[in-house]
Design a protein around this ligand. Structure first.
Ligand SMILES: [Zn+2]
Length: 310
């Protein structure tokens, strides 16, 4: 992938009490970028990523782990902190009860699910955390001189939450908005799980667009952006994927097609992308587009499970 000199540089971010622990390849999946918030009383670790298992400089001291949501890559480092209190949104909390509860979030089913069950344990170190505690929208963790405020932003998962890290720097208020998997990439929003919801995601994007912060951080790829104009540019690109998928679907449904054919055609992933769960994700994602186009009278159902533009 081409990139400017600054994008190729070793990423580093440290501002006041906030440090980003960048993952391999700027936190490209399956790794990610964890955030360490070091307050006067407590150190908070947000989204412990896979790369923490192989960190060359050792693990930071952590008093509490906060999770933006319950997905494999965001909890991959959790096994390193088995005695540390962990908190996540009440709606995603069931995912830490057992492997079966975790798999229910994705709802892939069939052979894809059986493969993913193994991947969750072998690659992502999944272990239940029945002691996990919950938070809801508006809750604040005060680490001493720095606060982390929870903003429920569902759609990616039911409980997906953005976090505003707030502190004071010589009388100037500073704010870093952690976006979790509102990841600002050209791939666009992921709403391919049973627990994902396209229209919740759209409402969350509308909310996030209005939020002012000094920095905007994501778990993957983008890392951290310090200019609002750059953030809005990336947000446009990211959000635009929803309309691009829907437009392509409408074009495809000029002729009648079944959901199987829609999934085979691929609207979320590219035809050549080697992703084990692609078929399940295409189905779940594009069914939501079909459902709303049908509700608006733009697509009609035909016999034998086919759909066509009305
Ligand atoms: Zn996720």
């Amino acid at each position: 992938m081409a990139g400017s000199a600054s994008e190729d540089a070793e990423p580093h971010f440290e501002q006041g009490p906030v440090r980003i622990l960048f993952g391999q390849r700027k936190g490209a999946y399956p790794d990610g970028n964890s955030i360490l918030v070091q307050g006067e009383n407590e150190s908070l670790l947000i989204d412990p990523a896979l790369g923490l298992h192989t960190r060359s400089v050792g693990l930071p001291a952590v008093d509490r782990v906060l999770l933006s949501h319950c997905h494999e890559d965001h909890i991959a480092g959790l096994a390193l902190f088995p005695e540390t209190p962990v908190h996540l949104h009440a709606l995603d909390r069931p995912g830490l009860d057992s492997l079966d509860d975790m798999l229910a979030i994705y709802g892939y089913g069939g052979a894809i699910e059986e493969t993913f069950r193994t991947v969750l344990v072998d690659t992502f170190h999944y272990a239940p955390r029945r002691d996990a505690q919950t938070f809801v929208d508006g809750d604040v963790f005060d680490a001493g001189g720095v606060k982390v405020r929870m903003h429920h932003a569902p759609g990616h998962t039911r409980g997906h939450t953005c976090m505003m890290v707030e502190w004071d720097e010589g009388g100037t208020p500073r704010r870093l908005l952690y976006l979790g998997d509102i990841e600002l990439t050209g791939f666009g929003p992921y709403y391919g799980d049973q627990w994902s919801d396209l229209e919740d995601f759209e409402r969350s994007l509308q909310w996030v667009r209005g939020v002012e912060a000094d920095w905007y951080a994501t778990f993957h790829h983008i890392g951290v952006l310090g200019e609002r104009a750059r953030f809005l540019e990336r947000l446009d690109l990211f959000e635009g994927a929803i309309a691009r998928r829907e437009k392509a679907l409408i074009e495809f449904l000029a002729e009648p097609h079944t959901l199987d054919e829609v999934a085979d055609h691929r609207f979320v992933y590219r035809p050549g992308d080697d992703v084990s769960f692609a078929d399940a994700v295409e189905r779940r994602s594009m069914q939501q587009h079909i459902d709303r186009l049908a509700a608006n009278g733009r697509v009609r159902s035909l016999p034998e499970g086919r759909y066509q533009v009305a």
